[in-house]
Design a protein around this ligand. Structure first.
Ligand SMILES: [Zn+2]
Length: 408
């Protein structure tokens, strides 16, 4: 089968979608259920219908475009929501390549037995209630408590945000009820790292997707005058964090190179020039391709926190905000991707994903696979996100062949 995707159309679709949610700072701000996202959803549904696919959505606002068939569904897609002031390729290349592949199959009237479906998942970026709201709801892995109490990254609570939409917490909780049996889920995504570019390869075949623990933590100490309290009498919460950050990162870098630990956010109280900090609240994000390593990191960081609290006279507490398990992609899907890379003479390499993806969540109900494309300088979640169109074309051509092989 020599069918190829239509790059010009795919490119035009990406350019059109990138105009929705333009941020004055130069990037794109399209968090799920924002005004821009609601507009993008209508745009996408229209594109799906115009491509001759059957457009539908579930209670979580996941949008589907389907070509009917018999048996388990072969599914592909990603997300169109963005972080605040993000780029135009993260997620969207997966959704619009999926649309392009199905549109080509439809217009070339290529025979397939199984149903083929493209999907755009709601709130992959976790702007509303933790990462992967849409794919978690779709697979039945969403917790009502997180939706009701879950802290949004910005703006009002989820319940209030949903008032402007046709969705509700009840409808999100019921989203998985209509889910078909899924044979395989394949997602194209930008790499979000520098490996493919450095190794000069067109296609990344993903082997493992990192699992993540996200905590909010605090050290509580005692405030005191910056000029009169001797060092030996201080209970400086900020120094607790400083010790913790250094010990934690050095430990992971030394003992588990390839795994990650990051403190991306910290608030120092009371935040005055002349007062010893009595409290720091901070985020802790640690990730690994191995669930055993995640457990070891968890144990060690709790040990560090305990030791530091003892030596500095502090109190430590933490709350688990999010937890995802590492995932191995399907050997069968990897083999198919590699087979078609070879057939099409596209250079490829296997690699791991340090970032989380909807494919990881879908793994609980289906075989999953991911195709990465190089992104310029490894940059993502930024207006500077960039790709080469030829790389996207190649990835979408591989996807098209994989979909046809799976749905035959
Ligand atoms: Zn993404």
């Amino acid at each position: 089968m020599d069918v190829k995707i239509n790059l010009e159309r795919l490119k035009n679709n990406l350019m059109e979608l990138s105009k929705i949610g333009k941020d004055p700072s130069g990037g794109i701000s399209r968090p799920s259920f924002s005004k821009a996202d609601l507009e993008a959803r209508e745009w996408l549904k229209d594109k799906i219908s115009c491509a001759g696919l059957c457009a539908s959505q579930d209670g979580a606002g996941n949008i589907f475009g389907t070509l009917e068939g018999k048996g388990k569904t072969v599914m592909t897609g990603s997300h169109i929501d963005t972080v605040i002031n993000g780029g135009m390729f993260d997620g969207t290349v997966g959704v619009l390549s999926a649309l392009e592949c199905l549109q080509r199959i439809k217009e070339e009237k290529i025979n397939h037995t199984k149903p083929l479906s493209m999907v755009s998942f709601t709130d992959e970026e976790g702007n509303l209630a933790g990462d992967f709201l849409g794919s978690r709801a779709f697979t039945g892995l969403i917790e009502r408590e997180i939706l009701e109490k879950g802290k949004t990254q910005f703006g009002p609570p989820l319940k209030t945000i949903l008032e402007n939409t046709e969705f509700s917490i009840d409808s999100i909780m019921k989203a998985s009820e209509q889910r078909p049996q899924i044979e395989a889920f394949i997602e194209i995504h930008i790499e979000q790292g520098p490996l493919l570019e450095t190794e000069d390869k067109f296609i990344g075949v993903v082997e493992n997707i990192a699992g993540k623990n996200l905590w909010t933590c605090l050290f509580q100490g005692q405030a005191g005058h910056a000029g009169t309290t001797p060092f030996e009498l201080r209970h400086d919460a900020f120094l607790g964090l400083a010790d913790f950050a250094l010990k934690g990162t050095q430990y992971v870098a030394k003992e588990h190179y390839g795994s990650m630990l990051t403190i991306g956010n910290a608030h120092i109280h009371p935040g005055s020039f002349s007062i010893i900090p009595d409290r720091v609240e901070f985020s802790l994000d640690f990730r690994s391709q191995s669930s055993q390593t995640l457990k070891e990191i968890e144990k060690r960081v709790l040990g560090f926190a305990k030791d530091i609290s003892l030596s500095r006279g502090l109190y430590f507490d933490y709350k688990v905000i999010d937890k995802t398990e590492p995932v191995k992609t399907s050997a069968r899907l990897k083999e198919l991707m590699i087979k078609f890379c070879k057939e099409l003479d596209y250079s490829y390499m296997t690699l791991n994903s340090g970032a989380g993806h909807d494919a990881q969540i879908l793994n609980s109900v289906s075989d999953t696979g991911m195709i990465f494309i190089p992104c310029e300088d490894g940059i993502s979640h930024s207006p500077q996100e960039g790709i080469k169109w030829e790389d996207l074309e190649k990835a979408a051509n591989v996807l098209l062949r994989v979909l046809l092989a799976l749905s035959a």
